[in-house]
Design a protein around this ligand. Structure first.
Ligand code: NAD
Ligand code: GLY
Length: 370
């Protein structure tokens, strides 16, 4: 191994009989040892997409060959726009036509879209089969592959159909990030930055100090960012697996962000880009609610900008832009009885759920949009 290769790091997700490990390092996904502790089965199905499969599926197949007699692959179309019922059905088609049984292990090889769909397929095929996350985007490594949220989009709302279903293991191979487009790297940084204001101001300061190294894909910086993000997510999910309360803080920036994604059409802005801009808007809302000062909003905006992310919201309607945002945000899963619930920052490394008067939210949108 080269001098700059970080050691193996593991993060434990403590969920009683659904507990599992996240392994973090380079040279992991194509190493048979990464899968040694998984239960025996006669078959495995690798789920990937048209971009990731040509890069990595053959190496994963080789790594799994000593373990499973039959290894099948299904290759999905690439993109958020395909995170649909129709694409999900391609996974069920592959499982059934290949005679996969209750012990078949699904491997999600790709970003959050592949991971969320594979997890949902695993949750529902024969009422539940095991699955492993092999996340290949920064966003998936620090967020979507961890914690068991799985699902698909509905034309009327993002991630509206799904299940909580935990993987057996998460294998975060940092080497896969070498082929990631820069825009996708920035999208992952949005979810990393998120963990600072909601849970760990030291981590926020560390990201500020290391943002150039992260943008340049320094292996040691990425290793630390992925590990600390997973630790914070593990801490939250371990207390509130099914989002009865606390887990909602992981959605800081997401209420505005989901409106941007849905309003522009899925895939126009990347999820992480929408979350980055959404955090700026949520910070402004926190300020207008008297919870944080202008310096905090500026600090977060500067970091998000340095991460290569948009900080000005897109217009979603020429006639009533704020009204369109509000309409879209009412479809958010956190909304209760049509009341939008926002994640706001209410102190150092502290987030909370709040309602806000429409008039105030309109002010925020008007101030933050082009
Ligand atoms: P993505 O899965 O669309 O991947 C981004 C792009 O990168 C795709 O084109 C993909 O094919 C490509 N790609 C993936 N790995 C690559 C690699 N190593 N090299 C080159 N290209 C690669 O997007 P994402 O940002 O990973 O995930 C976003 C999705 O995750 C959204 O659908 C979002 O709702 C979901 N999400 C879920 C959770 C959760 O808790 N389940 C959390 C956050 C986000
Ligand atoms: N990404 C939000 C959550 O996992 O709860």
């Amino acid at each position: 191994m080269g001098m700059n290769v970080p050691d193996l790091q593991t993060v434990f997700i403590d969920l009683q009989d659904r507990s599992y490990h996240i392994a973090i390092r380079g040279s992991l996904f194509d190493n048979p040892l990464s899968y040694a502790e998984l239960p025996a089965a006669s078959s495995a199905l690798i789920v990937s997409n048209t971009t990731v499969a040509p890069l990595y599926a053959a190496r994963l197949t080789t790594a799994l060959q000593g373990k499973y007699a039959n290894i099948h692959t299904v290759i999905l179309p690439d993109g958020e726009v395909y995170k649909t019922w129709q694409t999900l059905n391609l996974i069920f088609d592959a499982l059934l036509t290949n005679g996969c049984d209750r012990k078949t292990v699904l491997f999600a090889l790709g970003g959050g879209v592949v991971g969320d769909m594979t997890g949902f397929a695993a949750a529902s095929y024969m009422r539940g089969v095991p699955f492993v996350q092999v996340p290949t985007t920064l966003l998936a490594q620090v967020d979507s592959s961890v914690g068991g949220k799985t699902g698909i989009n509905h034309p009327l709302g993002k991630n509206m159909i799904g299940a909580f279903y935990q993987p057996l293991k998460v294998v975060c191979d940092l080497d896969t990030l070498k082929t990631l487009p820069q825009r996708e790297l920035s999208a992952g940084l949005a979810e990393i930055i998120k963990y600072g204001p909601i849970a760990d101001l030291d981590f926020l300061a560390w990201i500020e100090d290391n943002i150039a190294a992260l943008m340049a894909r320094d292996p040691a910086a990425l290793a630390h960012a992925v590990k600390r993000s997973c630790e914070i997510k593990a801490w939250v999910v371990g207390q509130d697996e099914r989002e009865a309360g606390l887990r909602a803080i992981l959605n800081f920036g997401h209420t505005f962000g989901h409106a941007i994604e849905a309003g522009l059409g899925y895939g126009e802005w990347l999820h992480g880009e929408a979350v980055g801009c959404g955090m700026v808007m949520a910070a402004h809302l926190s300020q207008r609610l008297g919870l944080v000062d202008a310096a905090f909003v500026q600090r977060l905006t500067t970091l998000i900008q340095k991460a290569g992310l948009p900080v000005t919201g897109p217009r979603l309607s020429e006639s009533d832009n704020a009204g369109r945002y509000l309409e879209l945000m009412r479809v958010d899963k956190k909304a209760e009885g049509g009341e939008i619930r926002f994640v706001v920052i209410d102190g150092p490394a502290s987030a909370a759920m709040r309602n806000a008067p429409d008039a105030l939210v309109r002010e925020v949108i008007d101030a933050c949009c082009a």
